[in-house]
Design a protein around this ligand. Structure first.
Ligand SMILES: [Fe+2]
Ligand SMILES: [Fe+2]
Length: 255
């Protein structure tokens, strides 16, 4: 039986040999963590993340506005949910800004052109239900946007992709929260396929909402009261191989 030679492809099927890695790390120190093995387009990655940053900032502003101005029956528990979401969106914005900085870019926090850079919209909302609906729609926009970006970054930039996966998980929770609130306050399911299961939880959601408004003490069933820290600030883990997907026209090109 033939023994494989040390350092052959058999022994190290995926890794560059360590001497090459050490040599590479000592050259082009000015590029920081964007080393030779970075396979993405760093300029475009930064442009895309500037758009994500603007999206998150607009979400912070919209949720904060709604948390302050919402009125009506059961508004206190909804305001608390809006405030929690604003906190989550701020954590997302900070994570994205840090990633832009890591890639060698300057996070664009300027209010000038913020809405143009953002995928989500800023809407003041009229009554409580309008506000919930607008936030629900904004979350659905963010979910579609981030899923597309996750496919785009694929394995070319796994750190950015993993960060976005963590954020996406939170946005899906946010959308679910808004959907549940909409059902609780409009009294009918938004998603036809969930009509039966939602009917069951509808009375519970209304009862929780009323209880929170009456005494504003901690409610063990309330999603808001269970959370103390922003969600999605830490990214999800996992290594996957994906097919690189094209982006929608204009994404990361017009900033
Ligand atoms: Fe977010
Ligand atoms: Fe969100």
């Amino acid at each position: 039986m033939t023994k494989a030679a040390p350092n052959s492809d058999h022994d190290h099927p995926f890794l560059t040999d360590v001497l090459t890695l050490r040599d590479r790390a000592r050259t082009h120190l000015e590029t920081g963590n964007v080393t030779q093995s970075y396979q993405g387009d760093v300029t475009r990655a930064i442009a895309i993340l500037q758009s994500v940053l603007a999206t998150e900032i607009v979400c912070v502003l919209r949720y904060t506005m709604h948390a302050i101005t919402a009125t009506g029956i059961s508004s206190e528990s909804v305001k608390a949910e809006f405030a929690q979401h604003a906190q989550d969106e701020q954590a997302h914005a900070i994570a994205v800004a840090e990633r832009i900085n890591q890639l060698g870019g300057m996070p664009n926090l300027s209010p000038d052109g913020l809405l143009t850079r953002s995928a989500s919209q800023y809407t003041q909302g009229g009554n409580l239900i309008d506000m919930i609906r607008e936030n629900y729609i904004a979350e659905r926009i963010a979910i579609d946007h981030y899923r597309e970006l996750i496919r785009y970054f694929s394995d070319d930039d796994p750190a950015t992709r993993t960060m976005l996966e963590g954020i996406l998980t939170t946005e899906e929770e946010h959308a679910n929260d808004m959907h549940d609130l909409l059902v609780a306050h409009e009294g009918r399911p938004t998603l036809p396929s969930q009509a039966r299961s939602r009917t069951h939880s509808l009375e519970g959601a209304r009862a929780r909402s009323s209880r929170a408004d009456l005494n504003r003490t901690s409610d063990p069933d309330s999603k808001s009261s269970r959370r103390t820290a922003p969600r999605g600030a830490t990214a999800s883990r996992g290594s996957r191989t994906r097919t690189k997907a094209p982006l929608s026209p204009g994404i990361g090109q017009h900033r």
